[in-house]
Design a binder for this molecule. Structure first.
Ligand SMILES: *Cc1c(COP(=O)(O)O)cnc(C)c1O
Length: 515
C-alpha cells in the first residue's frame, strides 16, 4: 500500500524558463508572453490534480497519510512570505497540499455523509471556478441563473410541490435556517419590521431528539432560545414518536406558548432514521403549524421508486424541504437546496431592496435576480456542477445510484450478521448508515449487555486511531443518548463495491482483534 508518492514535487517540473518566473509573468500582468506561460502553469497543475484523482481511485493507495498537527506544521512550509515565490514553488505547494489531503473519494472512505468524487460534478466545479461569478443577479450570471430555475423546478416536482420557490444555500444548516425564517415570516409578517416585540407570547418549535444540531441552532440564533426548541422523543429506531409530538404541543399550549414550527427529519445524521411524515403532517394540520422536512441526508431517496416509500411518503404535504445534493447524490461540496410550497415567501421575508444591486428599471425581467431572496449578499455558484452531473446521469442514473447504495448497504448488513462473534449490528438501517460495534477476541465470549457495550465503546476510538495511523480505512464513530461510542459506516460513494465492504470488515478485524 502506497501513500501519496506520486505527488512528490520532483515529478512536476515546469520547463527551465518557466520554473523561476513569478505571478507577474502570468496573465493578466504579462500581456506579451502571458498566454503560453499561463497555459504551461495550469496544465502542470492539472497533471497534479489528475494524479490525485488517480490515487483516489487506486485501492493500492492509502486513504490518508496521517500526521499530528504539530508534526504537519513542521513538515510543511505554510508561511506567508513578503516576496513572491516562483511558479515552480506554487506547483510544489499544490503537490504537497494534495499529498497530505484525505482522499474522500477513495473506495475505503466511509467516514462522512459526503463521500466520493463524482468526476462530472468536479468538471463542473472547475468550470464554475473559472467563470468566477456571483449568483445575485441575472446581469452577471445569466446562464447559471436559468439553470437554477430549471433544476430547482425539477427538484420541487420530484418532492411533489406544484409551483413554489427554492434557493441554494451554503449548507443544510443554512437551508434549515431559511425554512425557519420563512415559517416565522408567514405567521408573523410584522416581525421583519417590528422585531420580537410584535409577537405576544413565546414561540416554540419541535424536532426529534435525533435531529441535526442545526435545527436547535435556529432557536438559538433567532431569539427563541434553545429551551424553546422542544426535543420530541424517538422510538428505538430513532424515529420521532408522533403521539409524543402532540402531547408536547398541548403541554406548551397549556402554558400559553405559541407552537409554530415542526421539523421532521428524513434520514437522521447518525442512525439514518426517517420520521413518519404522514402522521406528523396530520398533527401540523390540526394545530396549524409549519411542517419542515429536513431531508438534507435522506432526500436523495426521492429519486428511487424502490426506496422512496414509505420513507418519504407525505413529504409533499410539508411547507418546506431541505435537500443536500452534496450528500447522497454525490454532487461536489457544497450543494444544498431548500424548497418552499408557497411562492413569494423567500422574497417578502428577506428582501431589503438594496438600491445598488436590485434596481427595478433594468434591461431585463428583474424577477430573475435572486439575490434579494436571501440573507446573504453574494452567493456561490453551486448549480453548475449539479446541472452538469444531472445531464450526465439523467434522472435514471441518479435512481440507479440510489438503488446501488442501498443494495451495498444490505450486503454489508448481511455480512455483519454472518459474523455475530466479531460484529454487533445495532439496528436494521433504513438508509446507508450502518451502526455497529466491532468485537475484539477477548470480548467474544462475553454475553452482550450494558457492561460489554461500555467496553466496546472504549475500544471504538482506539480502533479508529489505528485505522487512521494505518491509513487504509476511515469510518466514523460517535456515542448517542443511549449508547457509548459505536461505528457509523456510510456508503455514499459510487466508488464502493462489495469487495470494499469485505475489505472493511477484514481490516477492522486485522487492526482490532487484540484490543
Ligand atoms: C448534514 C445534515 C445537515 C447539515 O448540512 P450541512 O450541509 O452540513 O450544513 C442538516 N440536517 C441533516 C439531517 C444532515 O444530515
Amino acid at each position: 500500500m502506497t501513500s501519496g508518492g506520486g505527488l512528490e514535487p520532483a515529478n512536476y517540473r515546469l520547463s527551465k524558463n518557466t520554473a523561476l518566473l513569478t505571478y507577474t509573468d502570468l496573465l493578466p500582468y504579462n500581456t506579451q508572453q502571458g498566454v503560453p506561460i499561463t497555459r504551461e502553469f495550469l496544465l502542470k497543475l492539472i497533471e497534479v490534480l489528475l494524479e490525485f484523482v488517480r490515487q483516489t481511485n487506486d485501492r493500492n493507495c492509502k486513504v490518508l497519510d496521517f500526521h499530528h498537527p504539530a508534526d504537519m506544521r513542521r513538515m510543511l512550509d505554510l508561511d506567508i512570505p513578503d516576496r513572491p515565490v516562483t511558479l515552480q514553488q506554487l506547483i510544489d505547494d499544490c503537490c504537497l497540499t494534495l499529498k497530505y489531503q484525505v482522499r474522500t473519494g477513495h473506495p475505503r472512505f466511509f467516514n462522512q455523509l459526503s463521500c466520493g468524487l463524482d468526476l462530472v460534478s468536479m468538471a463542473g466545479e472547475w468550470l464554475t471556478a473559472t467563470a468566477n461569478t456571483n449568483m445575485f443577479t441575472y446581469e452577471i450570471a445569466p446562464v447559471f441563473i436559468l439553470m437554477e430555475h430549471v433544476v430547482m423546478e425539477k427538484m420541487r416536482e420530484i418532492i411533489g410541490f406544484q409551483g413554489g420557490d427554492s434557493i441554494l444555500a451554503p449548507g443544510g444548516s443554512i437551508s434549515n435556517l431559511y425554512a425557519f425564517l420563512a415559517a416565522r415570516h408567514r405567521m408573523f409578517p410584522a416581525y421583519k419590521q417590528k422585531g420580537l416585540s410584535c409577537i405576544q407570547g413565546q414561540l416554540v418549535m419541535y424536532t426529534s431528539d435525533q435531529c441535526h444540531y442545526s435545527v436547535k441552532s435556529c432557536a438559538a440564533v433567532c431569539g427563541l432560545g434553545v429551551d424553546n426548541c422542544v426535543e420530541v422523543p424517538s422510538d428505538s429506531r430513532g424515529r420521532m414518536i408522533p403521539s409524543e409530538l402532540e402531547r408536547l404541543i398541548l403541554e406548551r399550549k397549556a402554558m400559553g406558548h405559541i407552537p409554530f414550527f415542526v421539523n421532521a427529519t428524513a434520514g437522521t445524521t447518525v442512525l439514518g432514521a426517517f420520521d413518519p411524515i404522514e402522521p406528523i403532517a396530520d398533527i401540523c394540520q390540526k394545530y396549524k403549524l409549519w411542517l419542515h422536512v429536513d431531508a438534507a441526508w435522506g432526500g436523495g431517496l426521492l429519486l428511487s421508486r424502490k426506496y422512496r416509500h414509505p420513507r418519504l411518503s407525505g413529504i409533499e404535504r410539508s411547507d418546506s424541504v431541505t435537500w443536500n445534493p452534496h450528500k447522497l447524490m454525490g454532487a461536489l461540496l457544497q450543494c444544498s437546496t431548500v424548497h418552499f410550497k408557497e411562492d413569494g415567501l423567500l422574497l417578502s421575508c428577506n428582501q431589503m431592496s438594496a438600491e445598488y444591486l436590485f434596481m427595478q428599471d433594468k434591461l431585463y425581467d428583474v424577477r430573475y435576480d435572486t439575490g434579494d431572496k436571501v440573507i446573504q449578499c453574494g452567493r456561490h455558484n453551486d448549480i453548475f456542477k449539479l446541472w452538469l452531473q444531472w445531464r450526465a446521469k439523467g434522472t435514471d442514473g441518479f435512481e440507479k445510484h440510489m438503488d446501488r447504495l442501498m443494495e451495498l448497504t444490505e450486503y454489508m448488513v448481511k455480512r455483519i450478521k454472518s459474523m455475530p462473534d466479531k460484529f454487533h449490528l445495532i439496528l436494521e438501517p433504513e438508509l446507508v448508515n450502518v451502526s455497529f460495534w466491532y468485537v475484539p477476541t477477548r470480548l467474544r465470549s462475553v454475553p452482550h449487555g450494558p457492561e460489554r457495550e461500555q467496553l466496546l465503546g472504549q475500544i471504538t476510538p482506539v480502533l479508529k486511531g489505528r485505522m487512521m495511523t494505518a491509513g487504509t480505512l476511515m469510518i466514523g464513530y460517535q456515542p448517542d443518548d443511549v449508547r457509548p461510542n459505536f461505528f457509523r459506516n456510510i456508503i455514499s460513494s459510487a466508488a464502493v463495491v462489495e469487495a470494499d465492504i469485505d475489505f472493511l470488515l477484514a481490516e477492522l478485524d486485522r487492526l482490532g482483534h487484540d484490543l
